[in-house]
Design a protein around this ligand. Structure first.
Ligand code: ZN
Length: 223
């Protein structure tokens, strides 16, 4: 009854076609969900992540749930996870991403590390979306999350407007890892992967702190 009343005032809309859907359907109606582009995770040791990080950062495996395009419904969904306090999007898709990693992994990571936010940004936003996604992955893989001593020192300006050299200068020394990572194989988690410069910088900071191997999992990769 209460649920019906709630649905009347706050109908559940599909992110893509905007049609009203039953309350038990999540984010996309059945038809639109079928049409979404999922990333092909059949070759986690040789895919688009590896191409973009070639000669920059050596990674073992990389996974993504979505393969998304600019201004599409998935970008809007991830935008709402980051800026509209819709944490449940991260919980829901974090678990699905965890299943992808579990099904396609040949090597289980030792720990999961969400890409951190600066203290200032965390205060404004109230949560780190990468951490919420990481929680879902951690629950499915049964691998602990490592966050202590791993910080983002400052913000970077929007990456997309800068050329490659400026981009690198923009993210270098942004992250600081103040713990010994003891040769561990880390699975780094972020919401999206675009140019890869953030994960390149974060990965390098982890390697400098004695991390053994790096794998990556994101909710979406821009294609
Ligand atoms: Zn739809």
């Amino acid at each position: 009854m209460l649920r019906d009343l709630f649905a009347l005032f706050y109908p559940n809309h599909c992110y893509k076609c905007e049609d009203i859907m039953p309350m038990d359907q999540k984010y996309f109606c059945y038809k639109c969900d079928q049409e979404l582009h999922r990333f092909d995770n059949s070759s986690p040791s040789d895919n688009l992540f590896h191409n973009r990080l070639f000669n920059k950062l050596s990674i073992v495996h990389a996974y993504s749930y979505f393969a998304y395009q600019k201004s599409g419904a998935v970008q809007e969904l991830i935008h709402d996870l980051k800026y509209a306090k819709m944490k449940d999007i991260g919980v829901y898709y974090g678990a699905l991403l965890g299943r992808i990693v579990k099904e396609n992994s040949v090597l289980k990571p030792d720990a999961i590390v969400p890409v951190p936010l600066t203290k200032q940004k965390l205060r404004v936003r109230g949560y780190n979306q990468a951490q919420i996604i990481a929680k879902g992955v951690s629950d499915i893989l049964q691998v602990p999350i490592l966050e202590h001593g791993i910080v983002k020192k400052r913000n970077t300006s929007s990456q997309t407007r800068l050329n490659r050299l400026a981009r690198w200068g923009n993210v270098r020394d942004v992250f600081s890892v103040e713990v010994d990572l003891q040769e561990k194989h880390l699975l780094l988690i972020d919401d999206v992967f675009t140019t890869g410069s953030t994960l390149e910088a974060f990965g390098k900071a982890c390697l400098a702190a004695n991390c053994g191997k790096i794998s990556i999992a994101t909710l979406g990769i821009a294609v």
